[in-house]
Design a protein. Structure first.
Length: 588
């Protein structure tokens, strides 16, 4: 009995020799023949290890045994050992470049390894050796399609038709390549031939209708759809074709009526319904005109329950100004997921979960649904809800930093700055440094909180860290510059940062206010006045703080009456600060 190591455990695999072929002795030749046939026999019975051993032993007797390398390539490929399979396959091909099976196997393995350009060259060599090797055509055409080499695809189909005649597959493939080349009329001609040769195949009439539509020939498209209708007026493919036609000619009443028929059909795949609903989100103006109709489509699509559909429905509710309903829908969605054992298993174990195939897309939608839910709660300033939901989220998605950030944000907005800092620092520890954008935002938030708490050295540290990650973040540049101006410190640094923000957005009244105020603190009142005049014409005349600042600048320039006018406007716009009221009491 043969005793062999694991099939491909050797560190050095045999490689075909190069140069002039050397003869072997008769004894070696007989050894090679024996071990080759023994290897074939053992491979037939599934004894892979010993089969591989036999083929290697045959190669040891005759290093020029091309068939041995080919068989080893087959065994390695079956064992998913792609590198070894490629090595053996190359050796077989080098020893006999005229063998069509060797070139075909090498092409297939190269394609499997993702080396498409090289794989195509070997498929081409295979067809040059034997143009009647039918299986090589389809694989080569797939590569041409992926590589965008449509002209080569058309030529290869012509070679196929020359050897095998014109058939359904070649016609369909040819029209696809022609269409991708932009040769729509030529693609139409191929599709017409398809309908003539296979008139009872509805899919070919639908294809012809689609191509006519792409060519702007709507009447011919409708005629082709009529032929498809006579074959089966209830098929999903036909109804999809008609919906596309009605959308293209802007007959939206008929379009939505057809969609209703589609969504009512049990044959309509759930994923297709979802894709159509997602497509509609791209046209908010149309959605606004057909809200009730689209609501009915969602009623049909939401049974059975799907997190992906619920997410899309929530987006539709937002686009149609029904934000509270969107919040309610997402609330139910997040609650349901918290008790969905299959979903939770996928979230926990990902691809290792036995439910992954059925719940992969659903888990992604559920995660996105949480993000949208928090966005809406934050926009609504529902801070108590944010705190509660953050705890629920943390239980479902453990070891994440987002719950800490959301809780910190809620406490910050409630002016509980100590708690905000505590949770944001927890988020900082949980996040590490992998998410640069998040860390930059988090550091800036901590800078804001520490400034309000008058812990200025810590505020400076976090603003500096934020700008190190995102040096051109104009919001942080402006805010940090403004905070420095309020402290009347590092004003040159503040001016440089503020100037960068203004240069990025020269019409932003808030940024102009910061820049002008820093100039005021530096004593450059004349230049500050120019900046505030720009702020006034860009919306600053509606902002109480900017109006007060402009009044301060004018007062410094001894334009006392004008200063009082702007202070008064600031008060009228809602500025009731004690400092402003004191300024208005002045008599000068």
């Amino acid at each position: 009995m043969l005793v062999a190591p694991t099939a491909f455990a050797k560190k050095t695999e045999p490689v075909a020799p190069t140069g002039e072929r050397k003869p072997v002795s008769e004894r070696k030749r007989q050894e090679q023949i024996y071990f080759f046939h023994e290897g074939k026999k053992r491979a037939t019975f599934g004894d892979i290890d010993n089969a591989a051993y036999c083929f290697r032993r045959a190669i040891k007797s005759d290093p020029y045994c091309d068939a041995c390398y080919y068989e080893l390539a087959s065994l390695a490929a079956a064992g998913k050992q792609l590198d070894e399979a490629l090595s053996y396959s190359r050796s077989a091909y080098v020893l006999d470049t005229a063998n069509v099976w060797y070139s075909l196997r090498l092409a297939q393995l190269l394609a499997l390894a993702g080396k498409l350009e090289l794989a195509a060259s070997y498929y081409e060599k295979t067809l040059a050796l034997n143009p009647k090797l039918q299986e090589a055509y389809g694989e080569l055409l797939l590569i041409y399609d992926k590589q965008g080499e449509y002209d080569k695809g058309v030529k290869t189909i012509a070679l196929y038709q020359q050897n095998f005649g014109v058939d359904e597959v070649s016609l369909f493939s040819k029209q696809g390549f022609l269409f991708k080349q932009g040769k729509v009329k030529e693609a139409i001609a191929e599709a017409k031939t398809l309908t003539e040769m296979y008139p009872s195949e509805q899919q070919h009439w639908l294809l012809l209708a689609e191509l006519y539509g792409a060519d702007g020939a709507d009447s011919l498209s409708l005629k082709a759809m009529g032929s498809a209708k006579t074959l089966d007026s209830t098929s999903v493919k036909y109804l999809l074709g008609m919906s596309d036609y009605y959308r293209r000619v802007s007959d939206f009443d008929s379009y939505f009526a057809t969609l209703h028929s589609l969504f009512s059909s049990k044959a309509m795949p759930a994923i297709t319904k979802l894709q159509m609903l997602e497509f509609l989100l791209q046209f908010p103006a149309i959605e606004q005109s057909y809200v009730t109709t689209i609501d009915s489509l969602y009623s049909l699509a939401r049974v059975p329950y799907s997190y992906a559909v619920e997410l899309t429905y929530s987006k539709f509710l937002i686009q149609t100004q029904r934000v509270n309903r969107a919040i309610g829908t997402l609330k139910l969605m997040t609650e349901r997921g918290a008790y969905d054992a299959y979903l939770l298993d996928v979230i926990k174990n990902k691809q290792a979960s036995k439910f992954f195939a059925g719940y992969a897309l659903e888990s992604v939608a559920y995660y996105e649904g949480w993000s949208l839910f928090f966005d809406l709660l934050i926009s609504a300033q529902a801070w108590a809800n944010v705190l509660t939901e953050a705890d629920t989220y943390a239980g479902i998605f453990p070891n994440q930093y987002r719950p800490f950030y959301f809780k910190g944000l809620a406490y910050f907005q409630q002016k509980n700055y100590g708690e905000a800092i505590r949770f944001w620092q927890q988020a900082e520890r949980a996040a590490g440094t992998s998410d640069t954008a998040f860390c930059a935002q988090l550091y800036a938030s901590l800078g804001d909180a520490f400034f309000i708490q008058k812990e200025y050295s810590k505020a400076d540290k976090y603003f500096t860290r934020s700008l190190k990650l995102q040096p051109n973040n104009i919001l942080v540049l402006n805010n940090y510059a403004y905070y420095l101006s309020l402290r009347k410190t590092k004003l040159k640094k503040a001016l440089a940062m503020s100037k960068a923000a203004v240069e990025a957005e020269p019409d932003n009244a808030t940024y102009l206010d910061t820049y002008g105020w820093i100039l005021y603190e530096m004593g450059d009142y004349a230049e500050a006045k120019k900046i505030f005049q720009r702020a006034m014409v860009n919306g600053g005349n509606e902002e109480p703080v900017i109006l007060e600042h402009y009044g301060d600048v004018l007062h410094a320039l001894k334009e006392l009456s004008n200063a009082h006018i702007y202070w008064e406007r600031a008060r009228e716009k809602g500025n009731k600060s004690p400092e402003l009221l004191e300024k208005l009491k002045r008599k000068e």
